[in-house]
Design a binder for this molecule. Structure first.
Ligand SMILES: [Fe+2]
Length: 429
């Protein structure tokens, strides 16, 4: 009788399951994050021992930040964010009996995606058809990339694009959640990304959509791999210089290879030429240069490309935000960096330079593509300013997709896939 009573009680009082869990690479190791509707943080089994995750962020209704997108959507987070930092040598972890994708000693297969959210922004009169998989294919891309069994996922930033309500005359996005709160984050990132979040640990790069005045509060609660600290959490505009920056850090890929990750969001929020922003940028570049001497192969990643992006048939300095030229900031040559991996421009581009690392732009994994005509190759831009520094150029516009970077012995290459899995290009890196 008593066992039956227990069984009935267990049935009547369901234990809330985590909404989502994932593993991120962090300075010195990794961190397990859990978004949960439960009252307490769950226990994670790590290498045979039970360890309770700790609370990172309690449910909260956050102050609305003002920006040029004029977002006035919900800013609340009803769920808890829990976390458990792990050293790089942790081997196995599970949550509720389900294995978590901890980083292996060697990370040889890296999925590269960027600029994934569904763009709804009234100020730009933009409303992508979020409900139609062909118009916003991020969920399909995440599922397809997950089936490739990557060791690591690198997202080069810009996760949250649903900044305004779907216009009433647009069926393609009717009913979608929006705003910088949990509902927006779940609809635009956590839900569609789920298969890929379950498949491998991630490097989360911060985009300008996650700067403090935009979705920065959610960025800090959910995705930034560093500890969440008052005064650097984008809660109030007075803290944005701190909230829009962390020091570049290296992620060890094993076998003398690494990815150096930078958060350059002070560039997104500061005025061009601001001496404080400029000095921080110089320090970040010096740190990237220093870190790059610590391995045989270094990739550097940030949301903004370090170098000019060839776009609209003229060199376009895409580290610029809007009209702000980023050439105002002095770019070092970074001779120990093999390639620079970025997003922000909604297309794919690989550029090889005479005097600096190869640059890959991978902002093509869901957000409305930039429809500007792109040069087919170097011949199209011969004689234009900046063209002489380019040695090779490949641009793909108007096609959603993702890339897979793979190590073969000492060599690295990259395959670029369309959203439907078709191979578009292959490159040696
Ligand atoms: Fe961006």
């Amino acid at each position: 009788m008593i066992p039956m009573l227990f069984a009935a009680l267990a049935f009547a009082v369901p234990v809330p399951r985590p909404v989502q869990s994932w593993v991120e690479m962090a300075p010195g190791g990794s961190v397990v994050r859990i978004l949960t509707e439960a009252e307490t943080c769950p226990v994670i089994r790590v290498d045979g021992r039970n360890r309770r995750a700790v609370l990172r962020a309690a449910p909260a209704s956050l102050p609305q930040r003002s920006n040029k997108a004029h977002v006035d959507g919900p800013t609340g987070f009803a769920s808890r964010v829990c976390e458990l930092p792990l050293p790089r040598w942790a081997r196995r972890a599970s949550l509720g009996g389900r294995p978590l994708p901890l980083p292996r000693p060697r990370l040889d297969r890296i999925v590269l995606i960027g600029d994934t959210g569904c763009r709804i922004k009234a100020a730009d009169d933009a409303a992508q058809d979020c409900n139609q998989p062909t118009a916003w294919p991020f969920a399909a891309i995440a599922a397809r990339a997950a089936r490739m069994r990557p060791d690591l996922v690198l997202h080069v930033g810009d996760y949250l694009y649903r900044e305004n309500a779907c216009p009433p005359d647009r069926q393609g996005c009717a009913g979608t959640p929006w705003g910088y709160g949990e509902a927006g984050w779940r609809a635009d990132f956590l839900d569609p990304a789920a298969p890929l979040l379950n498949a491998a640990p991630w490097i989360m790069v911060r985009g300008n959509h996650e700067e403090c005045a935009r979705a920065g509060q959610g960025w800090w609660r959910l995705l930034d791999p560093h500890p969440l600290q008052p005064g650097a959490d984008c809660a109030g505009a007075g803290d944005d210089m701190a909230g829009n920056h962390t020091d570049p850090y290296a992620v060890n890929l094993g076998q003398q290879a690494q990815v150096i990750v930078a958060d350059l969001m002070q560039l997104a929020s500061g005025k061009p030429g601001d001496p404080l922003v400029s000095a921080q940028f110089d320090r970040d570049m010096a740190r990237i240069a220093m870190l790059s001497r610590g391995a045989k192969v270094s990739f550097a990643t940030a949301h903004f490309p370090f170098n000019p992006v060839v776009w609209q048939d003229k060199p376009h300095t895409a580290v610029a935000i809007g009209a702000k030229p980023v050439t105002a900031y002095a770019l070092p040559p970074l001779p120990h960096v093999r390639a620079m991996l970025a997003g922000h421009i909604h297309m794919f581009q690989l550029a090889r330079f005479a005097d600096r690392p190869t640059q890959v732009i991978a902002g093509f994994s869901g957000t409305l593509e930039d429809d500007a005509p792109a040069p087919a190759g170097l011949a199209d831009i011969a004689g234009k300013p900046g063209a002489a520094a380019l040695q090779a150029l490949t641009t793909i516009t108007g096609r959603f997709g993702f890339a897979l970077i793979e190590r073969h012995g000492q060599a690295w290459d990259m395959t670029v896939f369309a959203a439907d899995g078709a191979v578009m290009r292959r490159f040696a890196i």
